[in-house]
Design a protein around this ligand. Structure first.
Ligand SMILES: [Zn+2]
Length: 142
């Protein structure tokens, strides 16, 4: 599953709003314990609050992570939006950097297929380091 562009999209355009229940960090941690590694749709708004995007109304939740993302998830005026990070062609898959920490990455293999794929869903600043430390990530998950 994924989210795909129905038509060409210009860089900088807001594509779809990332919606969900606004929950405290504490409640989000409780849900993470309940859902385990499937708890991937929670996005931080600030230090205290998150949006739990795990609901059928949130079409943006279908956007996958990629190590070569063409979108970014941005916070504007208290709302989360999937925004085009570059010009996107019709039928291209829409993806963004989930921004996972190193600890979260170890629960989430990445199979995005990008030339620079780290093998883990991890925030861009950690990818180069992780590629050096774990040159064969498939062994971690097998
Ligand atoms: Zn990847």
């Amino acid at each position: 599953m994924g989210l795909f562009a129905a038509r060409a999209i210009e860089k900088g355009m807001r594509i779809v709003r990332y919606t969900g229940e606004r929950v405290s960090k504490e409640e989000s941690l409780r849900r993470k314990k309940e859902r385990g590694a499937k708890h991937i749709y929670s996005v931080a708004l600030d230090e205290d609050w998150e949006i739990d995007g795990d609901n059928p109304q949130n079409d943006a939740r279908f956007a996958n992570h990629s190590c070569a993302a063409n979108c970014e998830l941005i916070l504007e005026e208290g709302e989360l939006w999937l925004k085009a990070a570059r010009d996107i062609s019709a039928n291209e898959e829409l993806c963004f950097d989930y921004g996972f920490s190193l600890a979260e990455a170890l629960e989430h293999p990445c199979r995005c297929g990008a030339k620079n794929c780290a093998g883990f869903i991890v925030a861009e600043p950690s990818r180069k380091w992780l590629r050096r430390k774990v040159p064969n990530p498939r062994k971690v998950f097998d």
